[in-house]
Every structure is written in C-alpha cells, then in structure tokens.
Write a protein that binds this ligand. Structure first.
Ligand SMILES: *Cc1c(COP(=O)(O)O)cnc(C)c1O
Length: 245
C-alpha cells in the first residue's frame, strides 16, 4: 500500500475519480427522486485509507472528509493542513480525546452525552488554535435501535432535548443538527423515518440546527429520501477498508 504522504498512483487516482462520480450520480438521482431542491452534501469517509488517497480526493474536488479515530484523523489533518479540507469526526469519542479532536475538527457528528459536550466545550474554549475559527459544529448522534440501551453509541431520542441544551449553553460550540447510523437488521427507511422525526422535534426549539447526517454506502438513497442533508460515504468511494493503515 502507498505510504502515508506519498502521492497516489495514476491508477488509484482514476479509480477514485470514477467511484466518486458514481456516488455523486447516486446522490443526485436520489435527490431528484425525493423531489429535494438542495442536493445533500457528500462527506467522504477516509478512515483506514492513507493520506495520499485523501490528497487525491481533495484534488478531485472533495471538500469534506470523515474520520472515526482521533489518532489517525489528527495525523492526516496535520499532514494535509494546506488543502483547506473540512474534517468531520464521526466516531465514538472518549472525553479525554476532546482536546485533540478540537484542534482539527470542524464538525463532530458523534456528541451523544452531556459529559462529552462539556469536554468539547472546555477544550474548544481553551485551544489557541481555535481562535478566530467559528464555534465547533456539533451534531447529536441518535441511537435508532428500537431496543437501544443507554450509553452504547448515540443518545436515546428522549435524551436529545437535554443534550441540545448542553451544547447550546457553550459559546465555543454550535448545535448544528443530528446524526445517526441505521441499525443492522432493520429496513433503513423505517429507521431514517424515526431520525426525521427527531430532527423535526429538535428544530422546534433550535430552528438553525438543520443538519441531518445520515446515509452510508449501503443506504444513502433511503437516507436522502428521509431528508438527510449530509451523507457519509466510505466504501463506495474508496473501496474496502484495508485492515491496517
Ligand atoms: C465508516 C463509517 C461510514 C462509512 O461507511 P461505508 O459503509 O463505508 O460507506 C459512515 N458513518 C460512520 C459513522 C462510519 O463509521
């Protein structure tokens, strides 16, 4: 595999370009089918793939990338700092990683408990690197599992309102919307319909929290039909994830 920092081969670049075009076509046709006026934004999930791939994607016009592990994300963001990419943190996050994540992240999709909101707020407020940058955009990750247990990646729908208040109470954070992953073993359209309800409920008290981050390679069409504003696509752009970076 290409070493981090090396340039992608011409072959890899062509493969990424054609995968990207196919995914963009799917997004556009799903938007047309759903009668959506605004086409949802593509976040390319680059986790496990080398920085050279991210560089190639940036050259192909990708502006938003998603990562789910702090160590990997911070290394790539540092290496690719000059490219003007927006970094989306989409993974489960320990509070002790908040300090590192606020250094590079523009959006955190996985805020799922008040303690994490507090840790991000504190870290963002005290990081000199964030001075002059907009407040850290936060999405509330909702657990759509019908028999969800608390504390397992995602707030329960009933916990969303309080978590929204916790995020809004910090000037270093901005409540941007909501995020979810469709549970395994359920029709994603059904699950995303529940997410749309949560999103509508959130907007009643927070009308500016309009982001709905939903849809992966397997279910982007269903997510767009249910109102996703941002889809997070890994495999169908980059191919299967390598086991080790
Ligand atoms: C890995 C990941 C994705 C991308 O999934 P693909 O199936 O590879 O498109 C999207 N969202 C989250 C939260 C992820 O962890």
């Amino acid at each position: 595999m290409a070493e981090t920092g090396s340039l992608p081969t011409a072959e890899r670049r062509a493969e990424l370009a054609s995968n990207l075009a196919r995914v963009q076509e799917r997004i556009e046709s799903a938007s047309r089918a759903a009668g959506r006026i605004e086409v949802p934004k593509l976040i390319v999930v680059t986790k496990f793939h080398p920085a050279s791939d991210v560089r190639a994607l940036a050259e192909l016009g990708v502006a938003d990338v998603g990562e789910n592990r702090d160590q990997e994300a911070s290394a790539k963001a540092r290496e690719l700092a000059g490219l003007g990419l927006s970094w989306h943190f989409i993974g489960q996050l320990q509070t002790n990683k908040a300090k590192s994540v606020v250094r590079y992240a523009d959006v955190v999709h996985s805020v799922d408990r008040p303690a994490l909101a507090t840790a991000l707020a504190k870290a963002a407020a005290s990081d000199p690197a964030r001075e002059g940058r907009p407040p850290l955009a936060c999405l509330i990750q909702v657990n759509l599992d019908e028999d969800a247990a608390p504390g397992r990646g995602g707030a329960l729908p009933a916990e969303v309102a309080a978590l929204a208040e916790a995020i809004e109470s910090s000037p270093a954070l901005r409540l941007a919307g909501i995020m979810a992953v469709a549970p395994l073993g359920e029709d994603p359209a059904r699950a995303f319909a529940r997410l749309a309800d949560c999103a509508a409920e959130l907007r009643k008290n927070h009308p500016h929290a309009t982001m709905v981050s939903a849809g992966m390679s397997q279910d982007l069409e269903q997510a767009i039909a249910a109102g996703a504003t941002h889809v997070r696509i890994g495999t169908d752009v980059l191919g299967p994830r390598p086991r080790v970076l």
